[in-house]
Design a protein around this ligand. Structure first.
Ligand SMILES: NC(=O)c1ccc[n+]([C@@H]2O[C@H](COP(=O)([O-])OP(=O)(O)OC[C@H]3O[C@@H](n4cnc5c(N)ncnc54)[C@H](OP(=O)(O)O)[C@@H]3O)[C@@H](O)[C@H]2O)c1
Length: 292
């Protein structure tokens, strides 16, 4: 089997680089290989590679930056996935794509299902929603996996930010009015490869028949404040922390260019039932991620 992976250097893309080769040959592309703003190049790259699987782990994920770069966010998050989707149909390939809890406005207190109406509050969320629409229109065989609060132990993730702050400050103040489900990038990649491996001998028939949007995130939900406390508690280098106290704050104390939904936890039961998998609780996954 032949796979093209976009976004190989991101949190999720890195994890896919680790496990996709278990399925066969992988052409893994990062910005240095292909700028996704060049839509013709995206099309041509896929035409030449002729994959049976396309995985898009790339995105314009700078939620605040998108407010001042809406066209760039739209090109990467909506137009490029549309081209990938169209090519997947032409090539008879399966397309795996990731979307976001930020397609919702957060004005609820129960986890969102796939049936709930979308209403993004910021440019990033709007661009990701347009990407979903473009894929639904262009692709035949696809999974759009909406996820939330993705972290890894690499790069500028929330986990690494908290660990960095914990070594420079005596007090941390973290918002406790934003709630969602922390999701380990490695778990997302492993789940996709597990599904694909189960279905590979069958030409991905099960995935083709179940094409659509699914919610996929760590089980349960929490506030950023509680998440930060768990990160500090699981820190293998706790002795290096200078933190004395961690305090809950409100989003209004930390104004940002982009408005974020206050409650954006995702109900993942449709994914669990459809694919016969149980998603582990976000906090036990975090403990495992930080232990290794
Ligand atoms: N992070 C979250 O909290 C979160 C929450 C919900 C959903 N998601 C979704 O989950 C998926 C994976 O997110 P992630 O956190 O792994 O993202 P990430 O770490 O920001 O990685 C995104 C990758 O896309 C690449 N990219 C951006 N613009 C590009 C361009 N013009 N040309 C080529 N490559 C480009 C980036 O390249 P560079 O490394 O060169 O910049 C980066 O490697 C995305 O679809 C995202 O929308 C993420």
């Amino acid at each position: 089997m032949n796979t093209v992976l976009f976004g190989k250097n991101g949190q999720l893309g890195w994890e896919f680089q680790r496990c996709l080769p278990l399925l066969g040959k992988v052409v893994a592309l990062g910005r240095e290989n292909l700028d996704l703003c060049n839509l013709d190049a995206v099309q041509e790259t896929l035409r030449k590679a002729g994959p049976s699987l396309i995985v898009n782990a790339s995105a314009y994920t700078d939620v605040d930056g998108a407010e001042t770069n809406p066209e760039l966010a739209r090109t990467i998050n909506a137009l490029a996935p549309g081209v990938m989707a169209e090519m997947s149909r032409k090539l008879g390939a399966v397309f795996i794509h990731y979307s976001t809890d930020y397609v919702f406005d957060g004005k609820t207190d129960t986890p969102y299902t796939e049936m709930d109406p979308t209403h993004p509050l910021n440019v990033y969320g709007k661009s990701k929603l347009e990407g979903e629409e473009n894929i639904k229109q262009a692709a035949d065989a696809y999974l759009i996996l909406r996820t939330s609060w993705v972290y890894s132990l690499r790069g500028n993730s929330f986990v690494n930010k908290v660990l960095g702050w914990s070594r420079k400050n005596s007090t941390l103040r973290i918002v406790d009015d934003q709630m969602s489900s922390p999701t380990w990038a490695r778990m997302l990649a492993d789940i996709a490869v597990l599904l694909l491996a189960q279905d590979q001998g069958n030409q991905f028939e099960k995935i083709r028949e179940r094409s659509g949007i699914y919610h996929l995130a760590g089980s349960g939900y929490t506030s950023r404040y509680e998440w930060a406390k768990q990160i500090l508690a699981n820190d293998p280098g706790r002795s290096e922390q200078t933190i004395q106290t961690i305090e809950p704050g409100r989003s209004t104390e930390f104004p940002t260019p982009a408005t974020r939904p206050l409650f954006s936890a995702l109900d993942c039961s449709r994914f669990e039932k459809t694919f016969g998998l149980r998603l582990p609780p976000w906090d036990s996954t975090l403990a495992l991620a930080m232990a290794g």
